[in-house]
Design a protein around this ligand. Structure first.
Ligand code: CA
Length: 223
């Protein structure tokens, strides 16, 4: 997050940290730019009015250098001019101050989800004979096409994007359901069980392992 209002920056950083994000802060444009060049960030929250270099300049410089990290711009006023210019310089989304933390988080999550699926779009993931195709949102076991609901596919897609890693229920919930979802985190179990019934049981496989107390892991060999 690149923001010179330190109190706001600290509040947002604390909120995001509590939600499981790792947050680095820069308080001027030049520092923000050099951090964005070096760091492997999932997203950048970028204020416009900044010392040393403004947000438009930082954004334009990053895009010119081919750095495609999703950028959420913070505009101080409700001006269409800011919005248009922000998007022109290559920002992915904008948010007008003052904003609620809940809205910031939702926009950030949506932006990161778009970023990831766009990058992953041309790839078909293969795990043994299990194929997951994000472009067509379809899944196969060998030659058999398996019908999944949209949410089931999203859960599988998220596990696939992190195959071999343990993914917690909360992470799955945060990546697949939006912030408006206020139900039980155990909804994830229902979807995992549906997926197993469709992609594993008929083929006598076990591609989705339960890691007790931690979450789930998609086997890189398809189970
Ligand atoms: Ca500012």
């Amino acid at each position: 997050m690149v923001e010179d209002e330190q109190r706001l920056a600290k509040m947002v950083a604390a909120g995001l940290t509590a939600e499981g994000y790792a947050v680095d802060l820069a308080h001027d444009g030049r520092t923000g730019l050099s951090m964005a060049r070096i760091g492997d960030y999932d997203a950048i929250i970028l204020d416009i009015m900044l010392p040393a270099m403004n947000g438009f300049q930082v954004c334009a410089a990053l895009r010119q250098e081919g750095i495609a990290t999703p950028i959420l711009m913070l505009t101080a006023k409700d001006g269409e001019y800011d919005e248009a210019e922000g998007l022109d310089t290559g920002a992915d989304d904008y948010l007008t101050k003052p904003f609620s933390f809940v809205v910031l988080q939702a926009r950030l999550r949506a932006m990161m989800r778009r970023g990831r699926s766009a990058a992953a779009a041309p790839t078909v993931w293969r795990f043994g004979d299990l194929q997951v195709d994000p472009a067509t949102r379809s899944c196969r076991r060998g030659d058999t096409r398996i019908e999944l609901t949209s949410k089931e596919f999203s859960v599988l897609e998220y596990l696939a994007s992190r195959a071999g890693e343990v993914v917690s229920k909360t992470e799955i919930l945060h990546h697949v359901w939006d912030f408006a979802f206020d139900g039980d985190v155990n909804i994830v179990e229902v979807y995992i069980s549906n997926l197993r019934r469709k992609i594993d049981a008929p083929y006598r496989r076990a591609s989705i392992a339960t890691v007790r107390g931690a979450g789930y892991r998609l086997a890189a060999d398809g189970g």
